[in-house]
Design a protein around this ligand. Structure first.
Ligand SMILES: C[S@@+](CC[C@H](N)C(=O)[O-])C[C@H]1O[C@@H](n2cnc3c(N)ncnc32)[C@H](O)[C@@H]1O
Length: 198
């Protein structure tokens, strides 16, 4: 087993031991440990939240005075009182309108969206970037002034389009790659801070 695979496996084991639904939980724990994006009392939207590792981490961090809203195509088992879950397609305008009616703007948008990976790298990259651009376009409806977004991106030729889109709306941008993300995986996260509403 390669070193990075052995480490990933250890995250899976740790997730099981600590009761997290996915090893992805450690990616958010590590990013938050370094950049402090989660805090007590915040309202958070988690897009592409199944099975719920990020929901668990965010729910613990925002505490009883905060709220975490999760969205996924798949059914997500319920979590604590401060977590609300919607099942639907975030690229479907009818669904997002319904979701927007139900909730106020949030302090933090998380997107860990990933398409069903086909193994055809160019196709997976293009589909993932397309869904991420979709999320960035929705942000004026979802995110408070001064808010933060953390969005997953697959590396490749189209990555720059995400950076260029985010640059329009945020004061600062940074790519982050937590240790819990496999070194050989093309996944990265774009951390976007200080959303500027116009
Ligand atoms: C990597 S998983 C998320 C893992 C999650 N962050 C966790 O901690 O458990 C990516 C998710 O994106 C969801 N997804 C993909 N396309 C979607 C769409 N159009 N609308 C909503 N969810 C979508 C998938 O169903 C999948 O559950």
């Amino acid at each position: 087993m390669r070193l990075d695979e052995a480490k990933t496996d250890s995250y899976r084991r740790q997730a099981r031991l600590k009761g997290y639904r996915s090893r992805a939980a450690f990616k958010l724990i590590q990013i938050d440990g370094q950049y402090h994006i989660l805090a007590q009392g915040m309202n958070v939207l988690d897009i592409g939240c199944y099975p719920g590792g990020w929901l668990q981490v965010a729910s613990q961090k925002v505490g009883p005075n905060g709220l975490v809203v999760g969205v996924d195509l798949r059914e997500v088992s319920p979590l604590g009182d401060n977590v609300r879950i919607f099942r639907g397609d975030v690229t479907d305008r009818n669904f997002t309108e319904e979701m927007l009616e139900a909730d106020d703007k949030v302090d933090l948008v998380l997107s860990d969206l990933s398409p069903n990976v086909s193994g055809i790298w160019e196709l997976d990259h293009a589909r993932q970037i397309d869904m991420t651009l979709n999320v960035l376009q929705l942000l004026p409806l979802l995110l408070k002034d001064g808010g933060t977004a953390l969005v997953k991106v697959f590396e490749g030729d189209l990555l720059k389009s995400v950076w260029n889109r985010a640059k329009i709306d945020f004061e600062s941008l940074k790519y982050v790659k937590p240790k819990a993300s496999r070194a050989k995986s093309s996944e990265l996260y774009l951390l976007c801070r200080n959303f500027l509403t116009r």
